[in-house]
Design a protein around this ligand. Structure first.
Ligand code: BES
Ligand code: ZN
Ligand code: ZN
Length: 484
């Protein structure tokens, strides 16, 4: 999609279709044309509601109130509504909360690009995006001058963010027969070449040398061998150093603690954390942000077979701590235990964040649309929450407590991989990971359980059916804020 900014009034712009956002439910503003028709059509201008007046080539979209979140969704709804039409070019006026609001423009462009996404890889008939040209008028609906360069920059940031999010969506949506651990490694390598990033891929031999026995145990029954990926964006004189760790289960069958068949469907999503980490690295390097960002991915497939790891096994993790396996479906935390240890060994970071589709319990607790943010210290957690609000993703905190800590005790090893209580599963998984965070890093770390929002089987807001690319927008924002 091409974007053009202009100060010409919208009426003077030549385009196939005009998108008109309606904030005022009574259609009182004099720029609202076709009032009678809208009333006749019973268009109420509710948020998310759209009405296409084909005769006039006008698409009306309801917006509850002008803010980033609503504008992003409104533009996503607009482009989704136009998908089945033959319009090639679109014009829209930019809506602003106030004078400094180029972020409103960013939100609108993000909405268009995120809403235009569809996953076609496995369809023999590919639906093509016909709409190519978007002209945005900065003039008509407000009486002040905006800095054109700032507006151009806002569009650029939106394009990078949305492109990286869609890139992550594509990886997650790709099926386990086409995307296995080595595929993730290839994608990382590709990014490294394209964007001049540092990239190191550990294969089984090197992983063994690093003593990542917990990760190797999970990987053992799969014909697809594991990979550990370290991808880094290293600008000169960085303002901060951060490590991002992604759970990259390219498939989670549950292992010998096999998932019931209905729960196994969609478990290609279990690489969402890893895919987000790759997307974030793509975005921060394209934005050229002065922050050193390290991405670590544990890429593994959890399968069954004669060689599979078992409930009752005791694993010696990279950290030296021993883990009693009581459920092979709690595999993500085993992989992360080792990758977290590796990340801490390799990089002395100011902040450490892990993104993982770790527990069904987090979805039970918060619903499908919100991630759970955990850790020992409010600073990194609040950074995530703040960034999520600006980026338009939903995230909330779940607190650790000392009572739940006890539930991971093991009679035979240092720790059990599952809790002895059926309650609070998102938190006990977070506490398990905390056992692999070194003392000096306790306050620098936050764990983000994205099991809910990473993959949803219906459209929601600006997100499509399937992978949402959750985490890319939020964590890119977080890095942008560190860069300031
Ligand atoms: N990958 C799953 C978590 C998951 C479930 C993600 C649903 C997305 C949607 C994870 O590996 C898992 O299986 N967790 C178990 C943990 C349990 C065995 C303690 C779970 O949530 O049931
Ligand atoms: Zn599992
Ligand atoms: Zn899993």
């Amino acid at each position: 999609m091409n974007f053009e900014l202009t100060i010409s009034p919208i009426s003077e712009i030549d385009a196939d279709v005009e998108v008109i956002l309606i904030v005022d439910k009574n259609f009182k503003h004099n720029f609202v044309k076709n009032r009678k028709l809208l009333k006749k059509a019973n268009f109420k201008a509710e948020q998310d509601e759209s009405y296409l007046l084909v005769e006039k080539n006008r698409l009306f979209i309801g917006v509850e109130k002008i803010n980033d979140k609503n504008l992003r969704v409104a533009m996503a709804k607009a482009i989704q509504r136009l998908k089945s039409t033959k319009y090639k070019s679109l014009k829209v006026a930019c809506y602003f909360e106030n004078k400094e609001s180029t972020h409103n423009l960013r939100a609108m462009v993000e909405g268009l690009l995120l809403g235009a996404y569809s996953f076609n890889k496995y369809k023999t008939k590919k639906s093509k995006q016909k709409l190519k040209d978007v002209t945005i008028s900065l003039e008509e609906y407000h009486g002040f001058e905006l800095d054109k360069q700032e507006c151009e920059d806002a569009i650029k940031l939106a394009q990078i963010t949305a492109d990286a999010t869609n890139f992550t969506r594509d990886i997650v949506n790709t099926t386990p027969n086409d995307c296995y651990p080595d595929t993730l490694a290839q994608i990382a390598q590709g990014l490294a070449e394209e964007l001049n990033l540092e990239c190191k891929i550990l294969k089984p031999k090197e992983i063994k040398k690093e003593k990542m026995e917990a990760l190797l145990a999970v990987a053992r029954a799969s014909r697809h061998k594991p990979r550990v990926i370290h991808l880094a964006h290293k600008p000169k004189n960085p303002k901060a150093v951060i490590s991002l760790i992604g759970k990259g289960l390219t498939y989670d069958s549950g292992g010998l603690s096999l998932k019931p068949s209905t729960s196994m469907v969609n478990m290609k999503l279990d690489k969402s954390g890893a895919s987000a980490v790759l997307g974030i690295l793509k975005a921060v390097s394209k934005m050229n942000l002065p922050v050193e960002v390290h991405g670590f991915v544990g890429a593994v497939e959890n399968m069954i077979g004669g060689d599979a790891y078992k409930p009752d096994d005791v694993l010696i993790s990279k950290s030296g701590k021993t883990i009693e396996v009581r459920n092979t479906d709690a595999e993500g935390r085993l992989v992360l235990a080792d990758v977290l240890a590796y990340a801490q060994q390799e990089v002395e970071a100011d902040y450490i964040f892990d993104l993982a589709t770790l527990t069904g319990a987090s979805v039970v607790a918060l619903g499908q649309y919100t991630s759970a943010v955990m850790g020992n210290c409010d600073t990194p957690k609040d950074m995530v929450i703040e960034a999520s609000k600006e980026a338009g993703e939903l995230a909330t905190k779940l607190d650790f407590n000392r009572h739940l800590r006890k539930s991971l005790k093991s009679n035979v090893a240092d720790i059990s991989n599952i809790s002895n209580t059926p309650y609070g599963g998102a938190i006990t998984a977070g506490i398990f990971l905390d056992n692999f965070i070194e003392k000096e890093n306790k306050d620098k770390w936050a764990h983000i359980d994205i099991a809910g929002p990473a993959y949803v089987e219906h459209t929601w807001g600006e997100n499509p059916v399937g992978a949402s690319g959750y985490g890319v927008r939020m964590m890119t924002r977080l890095v942008e804020k560190l860069a300031k």
